[in-house]
Unconditional design. Sequence first.
Length: 300
Amino acid sequence: MATSRGLDVSSFQGTQDWKALARSGITFAFAKASEGEHTRDSRFAGHIGGIIAAGLVPGAYHFGWPNQNAAKEAANYVAAVKSHARRGFVHVLDLERRSDGANYSGRTAAQIRAYASAWITAVSKAFPGQRVGVYTSADDIAAKHVPANSGFLWYPAYPSGAMSYAEAEKHARPAPSGQHPLFWQFTSTPLDRDLAYLSPADLRTWAANDPEDTLPEPFDVWAYKGQLNGKTDPHDAYSYLRGTNADVKTLARRLDALTATVNTLAKALAAANPAIDADTLLTQVHQAIDTAVTAGEAPE
């Protein structure tokens, strides 16, 4: 199975040589941006700036406190990352119980799931067209803390301590509660190392949310027929189909906007040059687009 190599950092890690890491084969890197309603990671700006400058697929994550206000937490995260986020930027809610349980205290599974859903909705609205998902544990997955609107799953599990990328690539893809994570954090020694189950080229296409990535593959649909405690879990298929439907609606809106822009430009050109007929130009442009779509190539 094709994979991409990556890592994730927070204030606990010092300055990294991101360009050297990119040359070593790293494709993506995620940095902690915020936590709770008010806390910001002190090294986020330095980390994410280096990640972007090195040409890696960039991402940021927010450590959640489900017993706080989801809207305030989303606003804290959005404010932290808004100057760095752009097409191809990945956003993650770190949904995991602290060792002392303080961030889950007093909350039921349904309340934790509702909190996560609200956070994802707010961040998706702030960064339309960008990927938003959840990092969470096997226990959280089994407890159904992951909401239906999560765009992807990033899963931590450490089978053998300081595992190398090569060793992790030989390991079977994790499948907690029948789920198929897109990202796997397989060790925290010496850094948090991760795999993505896409080739580097496909990962960049996925992160950019390009149209060709929105259509489901048959294997993916089958994989979402999840089993939990011997019973089919309907939320898995629902999550996948709901996400696909949202992508299609986004594409339709983008297509309408692009069509309107093409029409406006054609009219402007015709107004500037009387030798150009706006209707003829529009027909030629749309025919060129249709031909390119049929051929599977972008028009020049």
